[in-house]
Design a binder for this molecule. Structure first.
Ligand code: SF4
Length: 439
């Protein structure tokens, strides 16, 4: 979400004449786009601001903070960081040029964190001029979240759910395809609860059928919004990429209840089984919080068991950190704070297990011929090419296929996080035939 927001900020600044620098040392404007999901991200923001203070003093650079910490702290952040020029929330991205004008012309310190009503809100859209040359692009489908997970600060920083009208999304996708984008990732805090005139499943099917779209992805989802219709969309539309990021958060029923996650492990597993039946080989990734208040060793072992049973392709796992104004933050002492050392030790055990599973999953691809959508030169070795499989696995390979083409790659090796291979003789696989959407 934040990567997308940063891209949109860059585009809106480009329209008023700003250009990116390669180093913060040369910048006239520095914006930190922040995340409030964990305490560590906030700490990092403060230390980065300390570093950029020197640039401000030396060349008068303007310094701003955007994103969820800005939304959470509002004017308090200006009081805490006296050299900060402006603070703006996620809803104010489109107004960034206006904020800068006020800072520069009026010499004001600006706080712009009002939430907009759904009818006033303008969804940031990718600028086709900036997207030219990209193979993959984000498209915003909705924002905000109506859930009440007890650990999560997002409903406080991003507000209630607002879905974008589907014709607007389709129009944006068509514009991106025209400049060469082949893969679209629909994003939203709780994207599969989308209600913008069609169901989320239908939105995916319609986006997949925009001529020129090769793959559609989406992130991120709540298990209770994984509908049968969505499973069916995976079964019938091959352009919906076989990768589902489905945060489970814990393998323990008791912990899930305190998290207010609104599903049981049995429900979660039965949804995964339906997905796997609809699309064999689909990659499942997840998010897990370790050391949630009251988590016992037995609860934690249930998370390890779940990880072994599902064999997630990968997972983003973190130690619990209490967030302001959340139920879990307020009740941490009552439910039982897990000591920091225990959290860290559990996280290491979980990540070690996941590393092994990821490594085994990737190693099982060696000697196969796989489809890769080429993104460009490999970052580690520019003489090689880089691309991703439909399951979102990274592949570095020897070949000469241009960005945007779909190639077959013979996998010759694997590392803990990627595959290596040789481009096979087929370049630009034939287009996937259209399917018909039931009325
Ligand atoms: S569904 Fe996701 S974004 Fe919404 S409250 Fe729960 S964790 Fe936060």
């Amino acid at each position: 979400m934040n990567v997308n927001d940063s891209l949109r900020m860059g585009e809106s600044l480009a329209r008023v004449g700003y250009r990116p620098t390669t180093s913060a040392e040369d910048a006239d404007l520095i914006i930190l786009n922040t995340c409030a999901i964990r305490e560590k991200a906030e700490d990092k923001m403060l230390s980065a601001l300390g570093r950029y203070r020197a640039v401000k003093l030396r060349r008068g650079a303007l310094l701003g903070v955007g994103g969820c910490v800005a939304q959470q702290e509002k004017a308090k952040l200006l009081a805490r960081v006296p050299y900060l020029d402006f603070v703006f929330g996620p809803d104010a991205i489109a107004r960034l040029p206006d904020i800068l004008r006020r800072v520069e012309m009026d010499r004001a310190r600006v706080v712009e964190t009002a939430w907009l009503e759904s009818e006033e809100y303008v969804f940031p859209r990718a600028d086709p001029n900036s997207s030219a040359g990209k193979v993959s692009e984000f498209v915003t489908a909705m924002k905000g979240c109506d859930n009440v997970c007890s650990f999560c600060v997002v409903p406080h920083t991003r507000g209630r759910e607002v879905s974008r009208a589907f014709p607007d999304i389709l129009q944006e996708v068509a514009g991106l395809v025209e400049v060469g984008v082949r893969e679209v990732t629909l994003i939203g805090q709780n994207v599969n609860s989308y209600r913008g005139g069609v169901s989320f499943a239908e939105l995916l099917l319609r986006v997949a059928q925009v001529p020129g779209v090769v793959r559609v992805r989406f992130t991120t989802s709540h298990p209770h919004d994984l509908s049968e219709e969505l499973v069916e969309a995976f079964r019938i539309e091959p352009r919906i990429a076989p990768h589902f990021h489905l945060p489970v958060q814990s393998g323990s029923e008791a912990v899930l209840k305190r998290m207010r996650r609104d599903y049981t492990i049995e429900m979660y597993l039965s949804k995964l089984a339906a997905l796997r039946a609809a699309r064999p080989g689909i990659a499942i990734t997840t998010d897990i919080i370790v050391g949630f208040p009251g988590e016992t060793e037995e609860d934690f072992r249930a998370t390890l068991d779940l990880t072994r049973a599902v064999r997630f392709e990968n997972q983003f796992s973190f130690c619990f950190s209490p967030r302001p104004r959340t139920v879990a933050g307020l009740k941490e002492a009552e439910w039982g704070e897990v000591p920091h050392g225990v959290k860290v030790e559990r996280l290491e055990r979980l990540q070690q297990l996941q590393r092994r599973i990821t490594e085994e999953t990737l190693a099982a691809e060696v000697r196969k011929r796989i489809e890769v959508l080429v993104e460009g030169p490999s970052r580690s070795n520019p003489l090689r090419r880089f691309g991703r499989t439909p399951e979102n696995r990274s592949v570095n390979f020897e070949g000469d296929a241009p960005a945007g083409s779909r190639v077959l790659v013979q996998v010759t090796g694997s590392s803990p996080s990627s595959l290596a291979g040789l481009q096979a003789d087929v370049v630009d696989l034939p287009p996937i035939p259209p399917i018909s959407i039931a009325a």
